[in-house]
Design a protein around this ligand. Structure first.
Ligand SMILES: Nc1ncnc2c1ncn2[C@@H]1O[C@H](COP(=O)(O)OP(=O)(O)O)[C@@H](O)[C@H]1O
Ligand SMILES: [Mg+2]
Length: 256
C-alpha cells in the first residue's frame, strides 16, 4: 500500500478536489483505494456521502476506541474514513502527546494488504492532523494555486515536510501541482512558467501536468458525483488522468 497526503496550509488551493480526483482516477485504473479525510471541515466526507453520526470516524480512530477496519465506511464513491466536526476544537489535545503523531502510521499498517493506495486529505493549517498525515505517508502532493504569496507559502509546507522526516525519513515530495490554472491570466502564466525553475532551486519536483480551471469540477462536487464517472472528457478529468500517469511513473521510479 502506498499512502499519499495532499497538503498545503493554504485553503482553496484544490487539496480536496485533488484528493477526490486522485482517488476516483486510481479506482478507474482498477486500484483498491482508501480515502482518509483529516480535515474537520469534512468536505471530502460530505462529497463521499459518508456519515459522522452512529458510526466510527477519524475521531474514534484517533481516540483508539475502534480499530482502523471498524472506522472504514463503504460508500458509492469508495471506502473512506470520514472526518468529524468534533475534531475541530481538539487538535491541541492530540498534539500534547508525542505518541499520537505516530498513531495513524501504526494503524495503517494493519490494513496494508487491503488497499493499493491510501489518499489523505488534510486541513488548511500546519498542525497535528496534517503532521500525522505526513508521518503516515510515503509521499506528498502539494497543490498550488497561482495567487499572490503562493510561492512564499511553499517554504512553510516544505519546512513541515522536512520536520516530518525526523520521524518518517523516507517521506517524499512527489511534486507540486499547479491547480485551477487559467493560461489567459497573467499571474497564472508567470507562476506556470517560473515554477519548474523555483523547484530546481529549492529541490522539489513540479508536475509537468497542471490542472486547468474547469466548471465541471464544481458541478461534480455540488452534485456529489465522481468527476470521471459523470464528466470523463472535461479538461480537469483529462488533466487529473495525466497527473495520475505522471504520479505512477514517479512512484515506480522511487520503488526501484
Ligand atoms: N480545476 C478547477 N477548476 C475550477 N474550480 C476548481 C478547480 N479545482 C478546484 N476548484 C474549486 O475551488 C474551490 C476550492 O477547492 P478545494 O478542493 O475545496 O480546495 P482546498 O481543499 O484546498 O480548500 C472549490 O470550490 C472547488 O470546486
Ligand atoms: Mg479541503
Amino acid at each position: 500500500m502506498i499512502t499519499i497526503t495532499i497538503a498545503n496550509q493554504k485553503g482553496g488551493v484544490a487539496k480536496t478536489t485533488t484528493a477526490l480526483c486522485l482517488a476516483n482516477g486510481l479506482q478507474e485504473c482498477g486500484y483498491r483505494v482508501l480515502m482518509i479525510d483529516m480535515d474537520p471541515q469534512c468536505n471530502t466526507t460530505t462529497t463521499y456521502k459518508a456519515v459522522q453520526e452512529n458510526t466510527n470516524t477519524l475521531y474514534d480512530l484517533l481516540h483508539e476506541s475502534c480499530s482502523i477496519a471498524e472506522a472504514i465506511q463503504t460508500t458509492e464513491s469508495g471506502d473512506i474514513i470520514s472526518s468529524d466536526v468534533h475534531l475541530a476544537g481538539i487538535e491541541g489535545e492530540f498534539a500534547a502527546h508525542i505518541k499520537n503523531y505516530t498513531l495513524l502510521r501504526k494503524k495503517l499498517r494493519e490494513i496494508e494488504d487491503s488497499y493499493d493506495y491510501t489518499i489523505i486529505d488534510t486541513p488548511p493549517n500546519i498542525g497535528f492532523y496534517m503532521t500525522s498525515a505526513l508521518v503516515a505517508s510515503d509521499g506528498v502532493i502539494v497543490p498550488l494555486k497561482a495567487e499572490k504569496f503562493a510561492i512564499d507559502g511553499l517554504a512553510q509546507i516544505m519546512g513541515n515536510i522536512k520536520d516530518a522526516r525526523d520521524v518518517n525519513p523516507s517521506l517524499k515530495v512527489y511534486g507540486v501541482l499547479l491547480t485551477v490554472y487559467d493560461k489567459r491570466t497573467a499571474l497564472d502564466t508567470i507562476v506556470h512558467d517560473q515554477l519548474p525553475e523555483i523547484g530546481k532551486e529549492q529541490g522539489f519536483h513540479v508536475f509537468n501536468t497542471s490542472i486547468r480551471t474547469c466548471q465541471q469540477i464544481k458541478e461534480a462536487q455540488s452534485r456529489q458525483v465522481r468527476l470521471f464517472d459523470e464528466y470523463p472528457s472535461c479538461n480537469a478529468a483529462i488533466d487529473y488522468a495525466n497527473l495520475i500517469k505522471e504520479l505512477l511513473e514517479i512512484i515506480k521510479k522511487e520503488e526501484k
